[in-house]
Design a protein around this ligand. Structure first.
Ligand code: 4NP
Length: 151
């Protein structure tokens, strides 16, 4: 299984979604490839946002090795699933999808079978609670995907 999480900047949400699913998959003994990227290009090469790093670290997930990168055409063939943090990034992924794409595209929460909320809200311009909410949602997504796909 190869999964790519996609948000806007690849510094707040998708690095957390990536690290949390990787930890849960490894714990379940699954040899999955999990990565993340952004649709935007403002933060290329940057580490994860310090607020995301702190929220993740408190629950035992390290984002120290993360470097932001942008969604590229090859991602549409390399991965089985491109999982968008929210509906605006989902629309952007679909808009950029090349003709030879093989990856399937979905909202991360919907793919995990979690019907509400639809979006992992963008915490960038908000407060610390928004970053905690990202980790909460990332854990719910990881638990649900691993429980289903580990069978
Ligand atoms: P992310 O958050 O998409 O979860 O990484 C954002 C990061 C940066 C910006 C917006 C959202 N920005 O506007 O620079």
């Amino acid at each position: 299984m190869k999964i790519l999480f996609v948000c806007l900047g690849n510094i707040c949400r998708s690095p957390v979604l990536e690290a949390v699913l990787r930890a849960h998959a490894e714990k379940a003994g699954l040899d999955w490839e999990i990565a993340s990227c952004g649709t935007g290009d403002w933060h290329l090469g940057h580490g994860a946002d310090p607020r995301s790093r702190a929220s993740a670290q408190r629950r035992g997930y390290s984002l120290a090795a993360h470097r932001a990168r942008q969604l590229c055409a090859a991602d549409f063939r390399r991965y089985d699933w491109l999982l968008a943090a929210d509906r605006s990034n989902l629309a952007e992924i679909v808009r950029r999808r090349p003709a030879d794409a093989t990856a399937r595209v979905a909202l991360a929460l919907a793919h995990a079978g979690l019907p509400q909320p639809l979006d992992v809200p963008d915490p960038y311009y908000g407060n610390a609670e928004g970053f905690e909410a990202v980790v909460d949602l990332a854990e719910a997504i990881a638990r649900a995907i691993v429980a289903r796909d580990a069978e």
